[in-house]
Each structure stands twice: as structure tokens, then as C-alpha cells.
Design a protein. Sequence first.
Length: 95
Amino acid sequence: MKSATIYSEATSVNSVKESLNGSVAFPNPVTSVLNLQLTAPAKEIVVYSIEEKQLYSQNTTSGNVEIDMSGFRPGIYFVKAIGQNETWTQKVLKK
């Protein structure tokens, strides 16, 4: 009978990729303050108009961010969270 060696693949701390998938922006539609709950810390938050014009940018190291949108005109905007390895974008309606 031959013996067999079984190796288990362990995951090191360095191999864990933080993901922004599953992040949420609320309330949507928004009237004043938009809250972002990110599943991983972001480096930067950017808001774009429907015409792809950058209207807002904030550097951050947090997973929870508030954006004051009270001065924005009613319409459709895109909020982008830029993380270490990926980006997450959400369409937001401003009333």
C-alpha cells in the first residue's frame, strides 16, 4: 500500500483581495446627504454628472462616507469609489 501526502492550500493574509462588490449608496433617490457603505476602504470617492463631468472628489481611507449633495441640481449622477484593486460605480438620482 502506497502512502499519500495530502497538502492543503492555505490562504495567507497577503492573498486576500478586498472587494468593493456589495457596497451600497443610500438613500437613492437622495435629497441632501448620500451615505456610502463600502465593503472595503476606498482611496477616493468621485461624483460625475450624466455628461461624465467630474463634480466632486474626496480622498478617504474609510468604508463609510457621507456626500453632501444638497447643492447638486436634480438629475442623474454616478458615484465612483476607487479602491486599492478595483472601482465600484453606482447610479444615483438627486431629487
